[in-house]
Design a binder for this molecule. Structure first.
Ligand SMILES: [Fe+2]
Ligand SMILES: [Fe+2]
Length: 474
């Protein structure tokens, strides 16, 4: 089913056949547009941006590329096609038909899952709001806007579920999603990482690499859900999410490439000297990585959680690649290792796997993240630079769960408060690091030109050349 863009709300869910729902969503739409004008990309209202828009959910040709004035972007509601006779494939309801409607006894948990996911989408747009003003190229500006409009669409995806399946309280939650603000003292976004600032492009690329990847793992777990509409909508969101992580991975790789070129050219690995050439020194990149990684792995929640067990057993949220796991998909009696501090040392202990599913998902995320860091390290190798990035230990700088109570060095040693205080400036970005990175940020708008601190990409978007006019200012 291809999507009719002349409709007020483009969709493939036959919205026209449900007038009450259509009216409710059309009533929510102006609030969304107001939010976009207030909190979406600053100063972007009249630009023509070369964006992709979803036009179908067919894997082969789902996206259309063309110039769009950003506030006219058509945010639509797209669910992957229903799988015939789909059954629930994990938890206590395993083998029963997937739910096409919300099961009464799981209603409030399901709503909470949808709201928590939905809240992250507008939050990241708010966090990235000012970045357009300092984009290092038109290519990057376009990628930022692409990520932003798609996060806006992901909000639509969750709001559709709330309106369609949760009645009055769903509509109230949809309003609240437009009312919370990232970093707001009185009405913040729900999750910690989504209240942090994304003040510069190094942060943006780290965010899209790590924090959008959290999105990938959460969405993958929800794509297994026994609640079929949630599974279908998150599957399609994952298609878009892949580009966000590409922006992060390639963005960091290009920063590394540029830094390595300068280091090789001037034969120096002294961070101060490297900075004097207007590029970002590698230890600073490592500190940003440490920050974004640790803040992001907190998003998976407490390592032992009765909610995690409930969400799984009741069939609401599966594991990453649930169907590829070779166990019974019920997990009663199964165990999983979690970390604990004993006599000042981190030790593994076994916890019931059902309760440790947050930790399991976090470990899956870590494996995926580490693979990309390995690809970044190839940039240094190729340029003959003797420096390797690495992710810190998973107990480093944690704010959630039992690890929040202790201080752990990036190498996994439990350290005293005094040792932490003496070394934190080597492990996490300092105000000076942030001020230096901020000092490099300045808008580059000539097609094909890039800021000094970042290399050009290898390829353009949608087979366009790198010097394509990705954004037209009017
Ligand atoms: Fe998203
Ligand atoms: Fe994303």
């Amino acid at each position: 089913m291809s999507i009719n863009y002349s409709e007020k709300i483009p969709n493939n869910v036959d919205l026209a056949s449900d007038k009450t729902l259509q009216r409710a969503l059309e009533h929510w739409q102006p609030g969304f547009l107001d939010w976009w004008k207030d909190m979406g990309p600053e100063g972007s209202l009249n630009y023509d941006v070369y964006l992709r828009t979803a036009v179908s959910v067919e894997p082969g040709g789902w996206a259309h590329f063309g110039y769009v004035k950003m506030p006219d972007y058509r945010w639509g509601i797209f669910l992957n096609a229903a799988e015939q006779d789909r059954t629930i494939h994990f938890g206590d309801h395993k083998g029963q038909p997937a739910w096409q409607d919300v099961p009464g006894e799981h209603r409030s948990n399901l709503r909470r899952i949808i709201v928590t996911q939905g809240d992250t989408e507008p939050a990241s747009v708010e966090q990235q709001r000012h970045l357009g003003l300092t984009a290092p190229s038109l290519y990057d500006l376009r990628n930022l806007f692409q990520v932003n409009v798609e996060e806006g669409r992901h909000l639509w995806a969750m709001v559709y579920l709330l309106h369609r399946y949760f009645g009055r309280d769903g509509r109230e939650e949809a309003e609240a999603l437009l009312a919370r603000r990232s970093g707001d003292r009185d009405n913040p976004r729900i999750l910690g990482a989504f209240n942090e600032k994304t003040p510069d492009w190094l942060s943006f690329f780290m965010f899209t690499y790590f924090t959008d990847r959290d999105g990938k793992f959460q969405l993958s777990a929800l794509a297994e859900s026994g609640f079929d509409p949630l599974a279908r909508t998150t599957k399609f969101m994952l298609t878009e999410e892949a580009h966000h992580m590409f922006v992060g991975e390639s963005g960091i790789a290009r920063i590394l490439q540029r830094t390595c070129e300068v280091m090789a050219q001037h034969k120096t690995d002294d961070p101060a000297k490297v900075r004097s050439f207007g590029v970002i020194d590698l230890p600073t990149i490592q500190r940003y990585l440490n920050f974004h990684y640790s803040v992001t792995i907190d998003l998976f929640g407490a390592d032992v959680s009765s909610n995690a067990a409930t969400f799984y057993s009741s069939g609401l949220k599966g594991r990453y690649e649930e169907t590829k796991q070779s166990d019974d998909h019920i997990l009663k009696g199964a165990m999983y290792p979690v970390l604990e501090v004993v006599d000042g040392k981190l030790v593994e202990r076994e916890a019931p796997m059902l309760n440790a599913l947050n930790e399991k998902l976090r470990d899956d995320f870590i494996r995926d993240s580490v693979a990309g860091v390995g690809r970044w390290n190839k940039v240094m190798q190729k340029n003959g630079i003797n420096f390797q990035l690495s992710v810190p230990h998973k107990a480093f700088n944690r704010q959630i769960g039992p690890l929040a109570g202790i201080k752990v060095a990036p190498d996994g040693r439990v350290v005293s408060q005094a040792e932490w205080d003496a070394n934190a400036k080597k492990w996490l970005p300092t105000p000076e690091d942030r001020a230096y990175v901020a000092s490099l940020m300045g808008r580059v708008v000539e097609p094909g030109k890039f800021a000094n601190w970042i290399a050009a990409p290898v390829m353009g978007i949608n087979k366009q050349p790198v010097n394509f006019e990705y954004v037209r200012f009017n």
